[in-house]
Ligand binder design. Structure first.
Ligand SMILES: Cc1cc2nc3c(=O)[nH]c(=O)nc-3n(C[C@H](O)[C@H](O)[C@H](O)COP(=O)(O)O)c2cc1C
Length: 198
């Protein structure tokens, strides 16, 4: 039995192309490995609290100094880290919104990053404490991006590296809003690539 964690992040519900691509990819994994346990976390319909001063302290103060609300945020962080650790494979739907990642995914990362729990500081820099595993980023874009302007995939790779994840595979479907032809070609190429990976 393997566990697959699927993070949904599109604001576009069932019309989301990143969700449609992820769900096809996950189905292909199921066909290959039927004993897969799926955990779906929809970060848009079940949003997580964003980081503020209260939340900042909640992850740093001793538990005895935390308010009930801060303890709840801390327990949420513990539960999300435990859920992530339980997954052998992670699939992240990654739409491009205003040149960056969805803010709901950023709120999730802010809860996953815990000094002393998911990473630690060493003399040579931060070191990830979570076990490495395959993480698939299924990225969608309306237009196209020059690699120097890519604030979608590199920040996610960098974050995952912080907590110990190096096996990150990115699949990009871009040009989705440029023209019907561009969309069709891009989705076809993405489907072919997914079939190869799965
Ligand atoms: C609020 C918003 C901002 C967007 N910003 C960009 C952008 O900066 N660059 C781009 O290429 N496409 C942009 N798009 C287009 C989306 O990336 C594209 O529609 C993609 O399919 C979104 O993924 P989804 O279908 O899974 O939601 C934006 C779309 C929305 C709704």
């Amino acid at each position: 039995m393997t566990t697959l964690l699927y993070l949904k992040t599109s604001a576009n519900g069932e019309r989301s192309r990143s969700a449609q691509l992820c769900e096809r990819f996950i189905q292909q994994r199921f066909d290959a490995q039927p004993d897969t346990r799926l955990i779906t976390r929809d970060l848009v319909t079940q949003p997580l609290p964003h980081l503020g001063a209260e939340q900042w302290d909640a992850l740093r103060l001793p538990a005895s100094e935390c308010s009930a609300e801060q303890l709840a945020y801390r327990h949420l962080s513990d539960a999300l880290i435990e859920e992530f650790e339980s997954a052998d494979t992670v699939v992240i739907a990654l739409p491009l919104y205003n040149f960056g990642i969805p803010s709901q995914l950023k709120a999730y990362f802010d809860l996953l990053a815990r000094a002393g729990v998911s990473f630690e500081f060493t003399e040579t820099g931060p070191k990830g404490l979570l076990r490495d595993r395959d993480v698939y980023l299924i990225a969608t874009r309306g237009g196209t991006l020059d690699s120097n302007d890519d604030h979608q995939i590199p920040p996610v790779r960098q974050f995952l590296s912080l907590i110990g994840i190096q096996r990150v595979h990115a699949l990009i479907a871009d040009g989705l809003d440029l023209s019907p032809d561009s969309r069709e070609q891009s989705l076809l190429a993405a489907h072919q690539r997914m079939a190869e990976i799965a």
